[in-house]
Design a protein around this ligand. Structure first.
Ligand code: HEC
Length: 128
């Protein structure tokens, strides 16, 4: 089991970008966030924002702002308190890598089903 985990993290290191962000670690730390931001990064209630596919630098900036008290929200302030800067970087990278629609499989389908843009000729039969 440990070997599999090691192999997997090795693959991630190889395919990941040069940044130090550790997506697997970010995912582990993000487990507690799922109650509100969803397993797939899609908020579970209207007031819980989607994080999936959001840009990593933006997410990191928001997490830091919550932690510094520049941005305040009762729940968020509580949840960022135990996070280190590395944790926040990893979490931001993790959510940024999730598909923004929350459904990786349906994503391809959606592109396929995209209707061809067919506009009827504009009805501009202006009377003389
Ligand atoms: C109890 C619910 C709850 C939990 C748990 C929670 N959040 Fe949030 N989060 C919120 C709410 C509510 C907001 C919106 C705050 C506001 O209105 O300013 C928010 C906002 C955010 C934002 C800013 C999004 C944006 O678009 O500006 C980020 C990033 C974020 N949360 C990350 C996390 C992370 C990472 C965790 C876990 C460590 C987490 N949250 C756990 C409720 C929660």
């Amino acid at each position: 089991m440990k070997i599999v985990a090691l192999l997997m993290s090795g693959c991630l290191a190889l395919t990941g970008n040069a940044h130090a962000a550790d997506i697997a670690a970010g995912k582990a730390k993000a487990a507690v966030c799922a109650a509100c931001h969803g397993d797939n990064g899609i908020g579970t209630a209207p007031l819980y924002p989607n994080l999936a596919g959001q840009k990593a630098p933006y997410l990191l900036k928001q997490l830091k702002a919550f932690k510094a008290g520049e941005r305040t929200d009762q729940s968020m302030t509580l949840f960022v308190t135990p996070l280190s800067e590395a944790d926040m970087e990893n979490i931001a990278a993790y959510f940024a890598g999730l598909p923004p629609d929350g459904q990786p499989a349906a994503k391809e389908k959606a592109t396929e089903e995209k209707p061809a843009e067919e506009k009827p000729a504009a009805d501009k039969s202006a009377p003389e």
